[in-house]
Every structure is written in structure tokens, then in C-alpha cells.
Write a protein that binds this ligand. Sequence first.
Ligand code: ZN
Length: 149
Amino acid sequence: MTSTIRRWVETDTGHRVPNHRSKCRNFHGHRYRWEAELEGDVVDEGGASEEGMLIDFNDVSRILKEHIHDVLDHAFVVFEGDASALDALSALGDDHRTLVVPFIPTAENLAKWAFLQVAPHISSTYGNNLRLAAFHVRETPKSWASWVP
Ligand SMILES: [Zn+2]
């Protein structure tokens, strides 16, 4: 029997979808929600701090802060092939927070990216088969994408 837990963090992040037929080609931003879904067995070691948990939610929060929030909050994500956007962003100087990625920054692609950022940091000392099972990204209150490897 496995259990799942979810924890999310939010960022204010800009992007654009350069090939989009309509308004998504414009520079704009979202209040993104980055939600990690973890799966495993509940820790049954008597007296352990994590007894009855998959992992301490605070540990997941710390990982999301370091590897998602602190990279993307008040940043602009840009596709490495989007030459005109890269030109515009470079004009803002080196201290502008820009994340260049090798994919068009749609919610679907960002969900996979976020999964790959976070997965290596999910571990447990309890042998409870803990792993990152999926990553969900909310771009707007009505729009979510998920990556499930
Ligand atoms: Zn957008």
C-alpha cells in the first residue's frame, strides 16, 4: 500500500510562448503554483520524528523553496531559441533574473522541468520507497499541467 502527499510553492514568473497564435506570444506573467506529489510507504519506525508520515512536509517545502521558488520567483523564463526575447532580456542587464531553458516554457514543459529539478533531492533514510511521483503546475486557476514519468 502506498500513500501520496502533495506540497506546493508559488512564484510570480514571466514567460511567453513565441509561436502562439494569439496573446500568449506577448511577455506576460502568472502566479504559478508548483506542486510536488510524493509517493511511498508511511514510516513505521516507532519513535521516529517521521513516524506516520512519508516525509516531513517541511522537508518538501525546503526543497521546493531552494530548487523552484528561489530560481523562478520574479524571474522571466525564456526559450533558448527565442532570439528576439533573449535580445530584449539581455538589454536589461546581467542582474535581471532570467532563466534560459531548452524548451518553450508552457505549463506542460515546465512541469517536466520542475520534476527533474526536484526529483534528485527527494530521499529518505527509512527505506520507505519514497519518490517523486508527479509534478503539477498551475498556470492559472483554471489551467494545470502534470508530468508523470
Ligand atoms: Zn502564460
